[in-house]
Design a binder for this molecule. Structure first.
Ligand code: SF4
Length: 394
């Protein structure tokens, strides 16, 4: 990997700024680094704009953080563009607009790239444990320097999502979903998704991380959690060190984050807090512990029993989003019941009658309940199936 920043690789520097203005925080944090090496380079900013969400909801990157990054890299003499490959089924043009990215890009005449437009490039992973190749967006090869700009969030499947995990948004179209569909490895307690992200990080990691902690997300992240204001920005040319400090600011650790711990053990980056040089010295004053994601969805959604046998995280995420939006009205579709059963995964033999069966893995049981096709289906398809079923039963 080429290093453009004159930093100490064994003892990486991480810069944290705090204040009410995300633009100013970002400029100050990046201004602490020596950016002279970026002159004449082509810089790709990779924010999290995976789905449409209003600024301030902590689902996507604060546009002011992106704006500050454009301005400071241009002042340093770089050519800058913004790129994303969104979640499957998301209209990226709409996501850029609703997230406030189109406005800041247009006002600065900064190119906005839909990285799914071109055919993918295959990248092999020589030391991969659960994946051996990746389908990567071709646009990455047009840039010298990749900057990951995630939001500070807890994550249902990966504990947190920060600058390493954000690079999954550089995987081409549906190939992202494949990482959620891997089978567990015999004798390995780690979820396959976490091993896969560590594998991915061996060949796809950013040169620089700018972590947006203006408003983070606690609990049911990455999209159904609760916004939490921190007013911080974290910057480093070692993405593992940046993620480690962001973890601490969220009240957790990189060691508790399997994909970071696995990758660091393999030597891809530094997560040892004793080895990281963090500026300023009083950065711990800004720690605000986040609620961790719940292990049991039923605590959050009473009257709903989730039957999960050998599902993958893609269906779990779909279900979570669906419940977040529609849990209140779900019982209306099951008028004679005081509890609704929902089943996901391929490991079911028996399910209660009238179970809501989500995803193609439930095809075998389709006659025992209400079956929603898809791998995974999206929330609106689940709702449509329920609505159609109610009409047909009336
Ligand atoms: S149907 Fe759901 S659980 Fe089954 S493979 Fe597809 S996304 Fe995963």
């Amino acid at each position: 990997m080429i290093h453009y920043f004159p930093e100490n690789r064994s003892n990486p520097d991480v810069y944290v700024t705090q204040g009410p203005d995300a633009y100013d925080n970002t400029q100050r944090a990046l201004g602490s680094m020596d950016l002279s090496g970026v002159k004449g380079l082509r810089v790709l900013l990779k924010p999290n704009v995976g789905r449409p969400a209003e600024p301030g909801t902590a689902v996507t990157t604060n546009p002011e953080v992106i704006a500050a990054a454009i301005d400071i890299f241009r002042e340093a003499g770089a050519m800058v563009a913004i790129g994303e490959s969104p979640i499957v089924g998301v209209d990226l043009e709409k996501a850029y607009r609703i997230c406030g990215v189109t406005q800041i890009a247009q006002s600065r005449n900064c190119p906005l790239i839909d990285m799914d437009k071109r055919p993918f490039v295959e990248r092999s992973i020589p030391n991969g444990r659960v994946i051996n190749t990746l389908q990567v967006c071709a646009d990455l090869d047009d840039f010298d320097l990749i900057v990951s700009i995630p939001v500070m969030k807890m994550h249902m499947h990966t504990h947190v999502t920060l600058s390493i995990k954000n690079m999954k948004g550089c995987l081409w179209r549906r190939s992202k979903v494949k990482l959620h569909m891997l089978s567990p490895r015999e004798g390995d307690d780690n979820k396959p998704i976490n091993i896969a992200i560590a594998d991915m990080s061996s060949v796809l990691r950013p040169h620089l991380s700018i972590i947006d902690g203006s408003v983070g997300m606690e609990g049911l992240g990455p999209s159904a959690g609760t916004p939490k204001e921190l007013g911080v920005v974290v910057v480093s040319s070692d993405p593992f060190a940046a993620d480690s400090v962001a973890c601490e600011l969220m009240g957790t650790t990189a060691q508790k984050t399997p994909h970071l711990a696995i990758a660091a053990e393999r030597g891809y980056g530094i997560i040892d807090m004793d080895a990281i040089r963090i500026h300023p010295a009083n950065w711990r004053d800004w720690i605000k512990p986040f609620d961790i994601p719940p292990h049991n969805l039923e605590i959050h959604f009473p009257n709903i029993a989730v039957l999960d046998k050998k599902s993958c995280s893609a269906c779990q995420s779909t279900l979570l989003l669906f419940l977040k939006k529609y849990a209140q009205e779900l019982l209306d579709y099951f008028p004679n019941q005081n509890q609704v059963h929902i089943a996901i995964g391929k490991g079911h033999d028996e399910i209660p009658d009238n179970t809501l069966c989500i995803g193609n893995c439930m095809f075998k049981q389709k006659d025992q309940g209400i079956f929603v096709q898809g791998c995974p289906p999206v929330s609106s398809e689940i709702l449509k199936t329920l609505t159609d079923h109610a009409k047909n039963s009336a």
